[in-house]
Ligand binder design. Structure first.
Ligand SMILES: Cc1cc2nc3c(=O)[nH]c(=O)nc-3n(C[C@H](O)[C@H](O)[C@H](O)COP(=O)(O)OP(=O)(O)OC[C@H]3O[C@@H](n4cnc5c(N)ncnc54)[C@H](O)[C@@H]3O)c2cc1C
Length: 419
């Protein structure tokens, strides 16, 4: 049986791996010249089940109001948000209750932990080089007030069984010795010890090569324009290189998934939330002073991650549709966060500046599983932690397509939760 996967980001490629492993004939198409060239290209490099939480949290409406008056705010609304943005924001606000947050977080943690197990099993099966490290995430709080507000998160971590340690400033500097040179004050930290780091683009590329060796066909430079429907089933996909056919179709187009499905009256509440990153080689003399893993600066909500002999600084959320402009004010915030915590470890002026669009659902969990069309399936909407949730999501979709019961419950992950 043949599956045509639309999209070769980290979600499409991990899906290809688990579907090929399950015995399907797999074809993947993507408009880019290779895998992982859009949102999976330069993300913050965290594999962080410990950080898997919806943005739609009880404190967010008040914080968002405050951020409207701050130059370095982590969340920025722009006039370009459009009606889709307004609808998405109001759906997100409806999820900002304690009860909804707890339910949504539960779905995300369940998937993220399954994903971590799947990734570990994958690494036992095949060797993948992606500058991977397993040294945890350190959330750094600059003020006592930020530190005090972490109590609720710790309760949630305890409930979910996520291993963590609350650290004094001195302990933060033991975990990340480079913080000894920080010019910002540090009130304390929260160490999520089981989190991992790496380069998502390298991971996606390596896994695509492995999957191709397993027999999957990858076709790049192919723009998908429409789905063809006949007698209630998808009978082909129109592309810039002709019509492609298969028995089953899987949409993994990230933040571009809704546009393809709208003509079929399948409405995906997935919005492109723009984020930025900077990637710079470390100065040779600064390797010891540089971050060892991911440091999440809770003041700016910016993550700085060690990737081999480079650092990646990522964060910010702009609600501006698919506006590709790279705004220098965002670059400044990223530089400020990293320079405060790890001064002079890289030449940030020469860093590669990048932006990508997180495919965000308003409630938080991605959308995985069937649609109203029997041979059309979805694996999209992974938002802030798509790499973290990729292997688990792909294993779940492979299980569903084979007709096997997935290892985790899929309630709260399927499209019909929005009915
Ligand atoms: C700044 C930033 C930091 C982040 N940090 C992290 C992190 O630390 N950890 C983490 O787990 N996640 C992180 N994320 C989120 C993560 O990067 C995304 O959730 C993930 O990359 C989404 O993968 P995807 O495959 O769904 O989308 P994409 O990677 O965007 O893949 C979709 C693919 O579809 C293709 N496509 C789209 N439309 C068409 C079309 N019409 N025809 C043909 N092809 C098409 C694109 O070319 C693309 O290759 C971050 C995101 C951002 C922006």
């Amino acid at each position: 049986m043949k599956v045509l996967i639309l999209g070769a980001g980290v979600i499409g490629v991990t899906s290809a791996y688990y579907l090929a492993k399950a015995g399907f004939e797999v074809e993947v198409v993507d408009r880019q010249p290779g895998p992982g060239r859009e949102t999976s290209f330069a993300n913050a490099g965290e594999i962080s089940p410990g950080y898997a939480s919806p943005w739609a949290a009880p404190a967010i409406p008040l914080k968002a109001l405050r951020w409207m008056f701050s130059r370095d705010a982590p969340l920025i609304l722009t006039p370009r948000l459009g009606w889709a943005g307004v609808r998405w924001l109001s759906a997100m606000l409806r999820n900002c209750t304690s009860a909804r947050y707890a339910v949504n977080k539960g779905h995300m943690v369940r998937l993220a932990e399954h994903s971590r197990d799947c990734l570990r099993a994958l690494r036992d099966e095949i060797r993948l080089d992606y500058d991977g490290r397993a040294l945890g995430t350190l959330q750094v709080f600059r003020t006592q007030r930020q530190l005090d507000s972490v109590g609720k998160d710790i309760e949630v971590l305890k409930e979910a069984g996520v291993r963590h340690q609350l650290l004094s400033p001195e302990q933060c500097r033991i975990v990340e010795p480079g913080l000894a040179a920080a010019t910002a004050s540090i009130a304390g930290g929260l160490h999520l010890v089981d989190d991992e780091t790496g380069d998502c683009f390298k991971f996606t590329q390596a896994l695509a090569s492995q999957t191709a060796r397993m027999g999957a066909a990858y076709d790049y430079g192919v723009d998908v324009t429409a789905l063809r429907l006949a007698r209630g089933r998808i009978c082909g996909v129109e592309t810039s290189k002709g019509v492609r056919t298969a028995d089953l179709y899987l949409v993994a187009l990230g933040s571009y998934s809704p546009a393809l499905l709208r003509p079929l009256d399948i409405l995906l509440p997935v919005y492109p939330v723009k984020g930025y990153s900077l990637t710079a080689p470390l100065l040779p003399e600064a390797l010891d002073r540089a971050p060892q893993s991911t440091i999440m600066d809770e003041h700016y909500k910016v993550a700085t991650t060690r990737l081999g002999n480079r650092i990646r600084i990522g964060g910010m959320a702009e609600i501006c549709g698919h506006d590709p402009v790279l705004r220098l004010s965002r670059r400044r915030t990223l530089e400020l966060s990293a320079a405060n915590l790890f001064p002079s470890v890289a030449n940030l002026r020469e860093a590669q500046f990048w932006a990508g669009f997180r495919p965000m659902t308003p409630d938080g969990p991605p959308i995985i599983g069937p649609t109203i069309i029997p041979n059309l399936f979805l694996n999209t909407g992974h938002g802030t932690l798509g790499w973290t949730m990729s292997c688990g999501s792909a294993q779940v979709i492979a299980d569903l397509l084979v007709g096997r019961r997935p290892a985790i419950a899929v309630d709260g992950l399927e499209l019909h939760r929005y009915d």
